[in-house]
Design a protein around this ligand. Structure first.
Ligand code: UDP
Ligand code: MG
Length: 317
């Protein structure tokens, strides 16, 4: 028997310290959804807010919304588990035929939802993704490093990570179900989504600054996130370690031959302990570097093997 989806559209919103932006977000989004209902496109909607262990009154703000609007559901984590986990929790609970994930800070314009929905509902696409074409309002160093990261990622992995792709996406059921069928702990969605495939239509827009509050991504957090992404989607760094090892092994054989020949022809001039020390330091540096790469993969394997849950829920509705 075919199951009937009562909810047509689920709106999933990860929230971390968004007490100020949340009511603004809700007001804007509800307007757009109302216009969709007026046009007869969709009428049944649900909101799923995921409070990612906020330390301000975000949960209270969500509860206020839930009191006014029965379409609002929420999950609140026991601590901050990160945006990827928050989105996962929201997607797992969303029952809609279509699901849209959005940031709470209005950097993702709700006005795009109708055209995104039209693209996916037409059946031609399974996902409507968004990418920002400018990075205005962002520190130049950050933009520069972000671009470098996309270049490195393109060279290292077989999947295509889209530059500037945002987490503002509208997806259909088969797409979401495939996404949820991946159980890995290290959820680098910029990599997971191209990996599962399907047809994505891209919508582009200029960067919009958040309405209030500030970004939760420190420079360091972004850096670690990019390392996670590389480790999760490429094993080429491991190959790099092996190649370095092989190259240095060959070089050492050449040196041994040179030294032996010199010894036979000119005798043994004892000279240059400085150069010896340099070589030893250089080689042990390479060795530590390679062990470090290996360690990264081992650490990731360790967290995967432990099979801890992605998040812990404190309360939900
Ligand atoms: N977010 C989250 N958990 C975190 C960090 C961020 O749920 O640990 C949410 C945040 O509330 C917002 C979205 O993820 O709705 C994007 O965060 P932010 O605006 O800080 O990132 P940026 O837009 O600067 O990339
Ligand atoms: Mg933002």
């Amino acid at each position: 028997m075919e199951t009937i989806n009562f909810i047509e559209l689920s709106v999933v919103v990860p929230c971390y310290n968004e007490e100020v932006t949340l009511p603004l977000f809700y007001r804007e989004t509800v307007k757009v959804l109302a216009s969709l209902a007026d046009a007869g496109t969709i009428s049944t909607v649900e909101f799923i807010f995921v409070d990612d262990g906020s330390t301000d009154h975000t949960l209270l703000a969500i509860k206020n919304l839930a009191e006014q609007d029965s379409r609002v559901r929420y999950v609140s984590f026991s601590r901050n588990f990160g945006k990827e986990s928050a989105m996962l929790a929201g997607l797992q609970r969303a029952s809609g035929r279509y699901i849209v994930t959005m940031d709470a800070d209005l950097q993702d314009p709700p006005a795009l939802i109708p055209s995104m929905l039209a693209a996916v509902a037409s059946g031609e696409f399974d996902c409507a993704g968004t990418r920002r074409v400018t990075r205005e309002g962002e520190p130049p160093v950050r933009s520069f490093l972000a671009r470098k990261f996309y270049r490195i990622m393109a060279n290292l992995s077989d999947i295509e990570v889209v530059d500037g792709a945002r987490d503002f996406r509208l997806m259909n059921r088969p797409y979401i179900d495939s996404l949820l069928s991946l159980h890995e702990r290290n959820r680098f969605s910029k990599g997971i989504l191209p990996w599962i495939g399907f047809k994505t239509k891209w919508f582009e827009y200029e960067n919009i600054n958040r309405v209030a509050g500030e970004t939760k991504w420190s420079f360091w957090k972004l850096f670690l996130y990019s390392i996670d992404g590389i480790i999760a989607f490429s094993s080429k760094p491991l190959a790099l370690a092996s190649i370095l090892g092989a190259v240095f092994f060959l070089l050492s054989i050449v040196f041994i031959i040179i030294v032996a020949v010199r010894r036979i022809i000119w005798g043994d001039p004892v000279a240059g302990w400085a150069s010896t020390v340099c070589i030893i330091m250089f080689c042990s540096g390479i060795q530590l570097f390679s062990t470090g790469i290996l360690g990264q993969y081992l650490a990731k394997t360790y967290t995967e093997v432990k099979q801890r849950p992605h998040y812990i829920i404190r309360e939900q509705k």
